[in-house]
Design a protein around this ligand. Structure first.
Ligand SMILES: Cc1cc2nc3c(=O)[nH]c(=O)nc-3n(C[C@H](O)[C@H](O)[C@H](O)COP(=O)(O)O)c2cc1C
Length: 379
């Protein structure tokens, strides 16, 4: 367990376990929609990651990568449910390392947030109930399903390590399976995985323990955690802090704080209209609350557009990293631009039109808005 470096500068390096990261800017996990139907990375995806690494971001977190076939959500998503893509993943990591980057793989199971037409399998969830962010009624997971999915997270993490990734991040945010177990709304189980917070967090803790068992104590294991779902009856800050502090005691290496689900409306994870400094940094207070409860580095994501707000988070609020998603779709070299002294804010206008080419055109990119047009989010 590492203590965060309070009062560090944005362009100061930091260590997470043996991993040396050259600055405090992180590419937050971003689905690119650039893989083949079965989750195999394409040359286009590999080129894109190399470009991100050349742009100077300290750490790249991959798009969400599914650990079992039924856990797939959006098209073109990365898959790590078998060894079939080893060659592509090794090439991907080598290209990022050769370009000076560091890379952590985000591991996910979409649970009830997917449907058969996306994954080819009926959706699984903690309970067989239809909450607002689920497209259909999922099947409640049996104890056997739970064990198998936990095992799949562990095997996927072990593969990521073997292929050369610098760490793994559990996707525990945005309403996906881990978040579904944490949420009293989506998790209405009456066994040891439901009810009290201790029980609702059991799935996450077992996923963490299994990953740790597979990758050992020296390998960075992180989490992206919802500190609040912003849903009536959903996960609240106090319960999220319980999960965060217990994970820290268990040895988690970093916690990225996010919030919201696809059903949270204006308080979703990928908010629009961040056009003035007061709209930026929308998870800052939540991240500071988590930081008070843990001793490991804390990352904050959500709406950072200006270097000024990034500096406030790191230099004044003592957070350890600021994560960026949409600004780097628009400008993959934003970190280098800021480091070189051009401190004009990110060009991204937070319209969320970048999702559309990922769904329909073989990969995300920044789509300029036409006059009068509005964008929309998915994640
Ligand atoms: C196109 C797109 C894909 C995303 N994919 C993921 C993902 O795979 N995993 C994840 O945790 N968050 C994902 N997100 C959410 C971002 O990581 C981030 O939490 C959110 O966009 C807020 O940060 P930003 O204001 O810097 O964009 C995605 C966002 C966008 C725009």
């Amino acid at each position: 367990m590492e203590k965060g470096n309070a009062m560090a500068g944005v362009f100061e390096s930091i260590q997470i376990k043996g991993l040396s990261i050259s600055n405090r800017l992180v590419r937050s996990a971003t689905w690119e929609g650039m893989c083949e139907q079965d989750g195999r990375p394409t040359p286009k995806l590999i080129d894109w990651y190399e470009q991100l690494a050349r742009g100077g971001v300290g750490l790249i977190i991959t798009g969400y990568t599914y650990v079992r076939p039924e856990g797939k959500q959006l098209p073109g998503k990365m898959g790590l449910y078998s060894n079939a893509f080893e060659r592509e993943y090794r090439t991907l990591v080598d290209r990022v390392h050769d370009a000076g980057g560091k890379m952590v793989m985000q591991l996910v199971h979409a649970g009830g947030q997917t449907e058969e037409k996306n994954s080819g399998f009926p959706a699984l969830a903690p309970s067989g109930i239809k909450v607002k962010q689920f497209p259909n009624l999922p099947r409640a997971m049996t104890s056997k399903d739970i064990k198998e999915v936990i095992g799949a997270f562990g095997v996927a993490a072990q593969r990521a390590k073997a292929y050369g990734f610098d760490g793994v991040q559990i996707h525990g945010a945005h309403g996906y399976l881990v978040n579904q177990f944490l949420s009293p709304l989506a998790n209405q189980r009456t066994d040891e995985y439901g009810g009290s917070m201790e029980n609702r967090a059991r799935f996450l803790f077992e996923v963490y323990d299994e990953i740790r068992e597979q990758v050992g104590h020296d390998y960075p294991v992180m989490i992206k955690l919802n500190a609040a779902d912003h849903l009536d009856g959903g996960l609240e800050l106090e319960d999220a802090c319980f999960a965060a502090s217990r994970l820290w005691e268990k040895g988690i290496d970093a916690i990225e704080v996010s919030s919201g689900t696809g059903a949270s409306g204006k308080l979703g994870p990928v908010r629009t209209k961040i056009l003035s400094p007061d709209k930026e940094a929308y998870n800052l207070e939540l991240a500071m609350a988590v930081k008070e409860r843990v001793g490991c580095p804390v990352m904050v994501v959500g709406g950072f557009r200006s270097l000024e707000q990034v500096e406030t988070a790191i230099e004044e609020k003592s957070l350890d990293f600021v994560c960026l998603s949409r600004p780097l779709i628009r400008e993959p070299d934003l970190p280098n631009r800021w480091a070189e002294g051009d401190t004009y804010p990110a060009d991204c206008i937070s319209c969320n039109k970048c999702f559309q080419p990922g769904m329909f055109k073989g990969g995300i990119y920044c789509v300029p808005l036409k006059a009068g047009e509005k964008g929309e989010g998915k994640d």
